[in-house]
Design a protein around this ligand. Structure first.
Ligand SMILES: [Zn+2]
Length: 61
């Protein structure tokens, strides 16, 4: 995630949440050692910072 671009786009609050280890979508504190069910989810977390539950909702088909 490019922090400066995100802030300019109006996502400053979300960027701050990710920096605190929280999901940018729901604000839940994420424990990376227990949160994710598989490597795909961990990879998505690296990109979006979202917790497992929010990933499920976003990517639900
Ligand atoms: Zn979440």
């Amino acid at each position: 995630m490019n922090e400066e671009i995100m802030r300019k786009a109006g996502f400053g609050k979300e960027v701050d949440r990710v920096k605190e280890g929280k999901c940018p979508s729901c604000g839940k504190k994420i424990d990376t050692t227990i949160e994710f069910r598989d490597e795909v989810s961990v990879h998505e977390y690296m990109i979006s910072g979202m917790c497992q539950k929010c990933q499920n909702e976003v990517f639900r088909k």
